[in-house]
Design a binder for this molecule. Structure first.
Ligand SMILES: Nc1c(NC[C@H](O)[C@H](O)[C@H](O)CO)[nH]c(=O)[nH]c1=O
Ligand SMILES: CC(=O)[C@@H](O)COP(=O)(O)O
Length: 155
């Protein structure tokens, strides 16, 4: 059997930064609640999580990078919601936040989780923020715990 390097889902002494976009707040607030619930249920103390609100997903990469570079966090989560409108704005916003968040991982070595919901309509966003398709904020938080633990194995 190979030696599996694993990031377990028990959080002990780990700290997390969360950046959440205010645009579509009726959805992003539910994503944040899901993430905070997941943290609590996996042993993360309230004072081990810092939350920063930004205007929208376009602003997430800057603050997420600041968090990752600060040395204060073992993982960072980006939460937001982009719902397609009637122009091409959706494509530009989605592309930039996705590229920006991905780049932080490789630039800083701090796991930075992409928890941005990108949907064609409001119903799809509602489904992914605590109804029939789960809560992407919860998923992002559990990914952050796993990656923070796995990342520690390489330090
Ligand atoms: N349309 C959405 C936006 N747009 C706003 C941008 O993210 C940014 O805040 C603005 O362009 C100022 O720089 N943001 C979202 O989070 N979701 C959207 O659907
Ligand atoms: C995804 C968006 O930015 C969206 O809110 C913009 O809507 P529109 O393309 O109708 O201006």
């Amino acid at each position: 059997m190979p030696n599996y390097l694993e990031g377990h889902l028990v959080s002990e002494g780990l700290k997390y930064g969360v950046v959440v976009g205010r645009f579509n707040e009726f959805i992003t607030s539910k994503l944040l609640s899901g993430a905070l619930d997941a943290f609590k249920r996996h042993g993360v103390a309230d004072d081990e999580v810092d939350v920063a609100w930004v205007p929208g997903v376009f602003e997430i990469p800057l603050i997420a990078q600041k968090m990752a570079e600060s040395g204060r966090y073992d993982a960072v989560i980006a939460l937001g919601t982009v719902i397609r409108g009637s122009t091409t704005h959706y494509d530009y916003v989605c592309n930039e936040v996705a590229k920006g968040v991905a780049a932080i991982n490789l630039k800083t070595g701090i796991p930075t989780i992409f928890g941005v919901v990108t949907t064609e309509n409001i119903e799809q966003a509602i489904e992914r923020s605590g109804t029939k398709a789960g809560n992407k904020g919860w998923d992002a938080a559990t990914s952050a715990i796993e990656m923070a633990n796995l990342n520690k194995l390489f330090k």
